[in-house]
Design a protein around this ligand. Structure first.
Ligand code: ATP
Ligand code: MG
Ligand code: MG
Length: 542
């Protein structure tokens, strides 16, 4: 497979207005290792990489935000690093919030001692309600000793400790809800995939993020716009803890129509067996869309082109796949496939008595793609739908061969079809055709360019798959239950026969079957077992 074109550097001219870049730029991508990366994460990763490595000459850190052992796993952590590599995102450093647990703990203790944090044990619903109603908790003015004692119980992971959490003491009367005493520490006795049972308390993202950003030397913290309201809180932590300043810069979240991008919901799909796994071609994970035939340069181009925009909108997959087509069309080798069911056997009058092989270009407009073998013979097959469309004595073009005239059609006496056809409810199947070669005919004058395959070759079985969206709703609400919006019919497959060259195709190659579209080979042909090919959308409205 030829590598696709390099990413176009069009993004380099974006004026994205980061402040104070003269003193260096250090960005970070902070995934939580609680699932595989999806296309939204890809946007965050690519933007951080772009600012640090392309727009400015700086540094980029991938930091695992591993602060919730209940959701996190080594498997996810490993997959995220692999996917970053796949995306062409090359971190200068990989770090872990968990490496800062001691530091974060010490700072939380200091905040309690300074009267900037307190322990609380109001139930979750009450906490939420009181934050909404701007009502102070009964524990807000507990003594430093009491607060430290409760934090200690949390640290031990005792029965009592699990009931408590620590909140920063900001401003319960603020119009900005994010400033109404956010939670900064929670107790969770479950073991952590990196720190084991060393810690039973974990900092929240709100607390850990500004601290670790500042300590690690991040200059610009890029976040999605739903964090706008939390910028003030972020800055408060920096100021209160006397930490080095970090700029916040927000970009819009990327959404797609009829697409789930929440790790919680994607995990559900995987666990319920609704999809084959995280790399299912129907999943909007980096692996899923790649498996469906997205090329990485196209993904980079697509994301960087609309990347800096701050408008939250739902992207349409059609423009995404149209970008991809630009990259695959010039390099995808072209083969022929005929639908196996009801394929029509054809005798070609005037064809060479003995089969003849000829080398032809794999790509009509790009000879560099290579050559394939095309077999010409008296016995060929073609698609039933094509044969059905032929009028008597019509002149058609056999692609890569020349013109032929339709001389004879034989119909099946298949009783079901026969009865249906008499009742005018369907067409009888064509079982055999006779074509007479008319090579002096002008191929520009025929309206039908027909794909065909000589039977005098090893025809390779291929299963052609096409996938639909996993959900039925364009813009799902977070409250929608998965069951209500699930599309139950998302996989269509059809058995086909392909030319002998297809036997050599390897997994991951992107090809075109003439008149059938682009496909990615998901499983190569082996031991007589059909190859599996996934249809790659082209961006045409469906
Ligand atoms: P999810 O809800 O899908 O689990 P998350 O934000 O909780 O997403 P993280 O692993 O914390 O998952 O995300 C890592 C980074 O990716 C964060 O900086 C986050 O802002 C960004 N990100 C997540 N989803 C999107 C999206 N749809 N568009 C752009 N950036 C996103
Ligand atoms: Mg998160
Ligand atoms: Mg989330």
């Amino acid at each position: 497979q030829k590598p696709a074109k390099e990413t176009q550097d069009e993004g380099a001219s974006y004026d994205i207005g980061l402040q104070d870049t003269e003193n260096g730029v250090v960005t970070r991508f902070p995934p939580e290792p609680s699932g595989y990366l999806h296309i939204g994460h890809a946007k965050a990763a690519l933007l951080n990489d772009y600012f640090a490595h392309k727009k400015y000459k700086g540094k980029m850190i991938v930091r695992f935000d591993d602060t919730n052992p209940t959701k996190e796993k080594q498997e996810y952590q490993d997959s995220i690093l692999k996917d970053c590599e796949l995306l062409g995102v090359r971190p200068d450093q990989v770090t872990y919030t968990s490496d800062y647990f001691q530091d974060l703990y010490d700072r939380a203790v200091q905040m309690i001692k300074d009267g900037n944090a307190y322990a609380d044990n109001s139930p979750q619903e009450q906490l939420q309600k009181e934050r909404m109603e701007r009502k102070e908790s009964d524990h807000r003015n507990d003594s430093v000793e009491d607060n430290l004692a409760h934090f200690e119980q949390m640290k031990e992971g005792s029965e009592e400790g699990t009931k408590w959490y620590v909140r920063a003491k900001l401003d319960m009367s603020s119009d900005n809800g994010a400033l109404r005493d956010p939670v900064i520490y929670r107790c969770n006795p479950q073991p952590h995939h990196r720190t084991g049972s060393t810690w039973k308390i974990y900092p929240t993202y709100d607390f850990a993020c500004p601290v670790v950003d500042s300590v690690e030397g991040i200059t610009h913290a890029l976040r999605t716009t739903e964090y706008n309201d939390r910028d003030a809180q972020y800055q408060w932590f920096l100021k209160t803890l006397k930490l080095r300043h970090v700029y916040n810069w927000n970009f819009s979240r990327m959404n797609f129509i009829r697409t789930l991008l929440s790790k919680r919901k994607l995990t559900k799909l995987v666990d319920a067996g609704i999809v084959w796994g995280w790399d299912d071609p129907r999943m909007a994970t980096v692996r899923g869309i790649r498996r469906k035939g997205m090329t990485i340069p196209a993904l980079q181009e697509f994301i960087l082109k609309q990347g800096p925009s701050k408008n939250i909108n739902y992207m349409d997959w059609t423009s995404f796949w149209a970008t991809n087509k630009k990259y695959i069309d010039p390099v995808a080798a072209r083969y022929t496939a005929v639908i196996k069911q009801d394929a029509v056997k054809c005798t070609v009058l005037g064809a060479p008595e003995a089969p003849r092989a000829e080398d032809k270009d794999l790509h009509a407009k790009n000879p560099e793609v290579g050559k394939k073998k095309v077999i010409f013979s008296k016995h060929i097959i073609l698609d039933q739908t094509d044969a059905q469309s032929f009028a008597d004595d019509e002149e058609i073009t056999l692609m890569n061969w020349g013109n032929a005239i339709v001389r004879k059609k034989s119909y099946s006496l298949n009783p079901v079809n026969f009865v249906a056809s008499i009742a005018g409810q369907g067409e009888r199947l064509i079982t055999e055709l006779e074509l007479e070669l008319h090579l002096q005919g002008d191929v520009k004058k025929t309206s039908k360019k027909i794909t065909w395959l000589s039977q005098d070759q090893d025809l390779i079985p291929v299963t052609l798959y096409d996938f639909d969206y996993l959900i039925t709703k364009d813009k799902p609400d977070p409250e929608d239950s998965l069951e209500d919006i699930l599309n139950h019919n998302t996989e269509t497959k059809v058995e086909a026969l392909a030319d002998c060259n297809v036997a050599a195709l390897k997994e991951d190659e992107i090809v075109q079957f003439d008149r059938k579209g682009y496909f990615r080979i998901d499983r190569a042909f082996k031991h007589g077992e059909a190859a599996m090919a996934f249809q790659i959308p082209t961006g045409k409205k469906m």
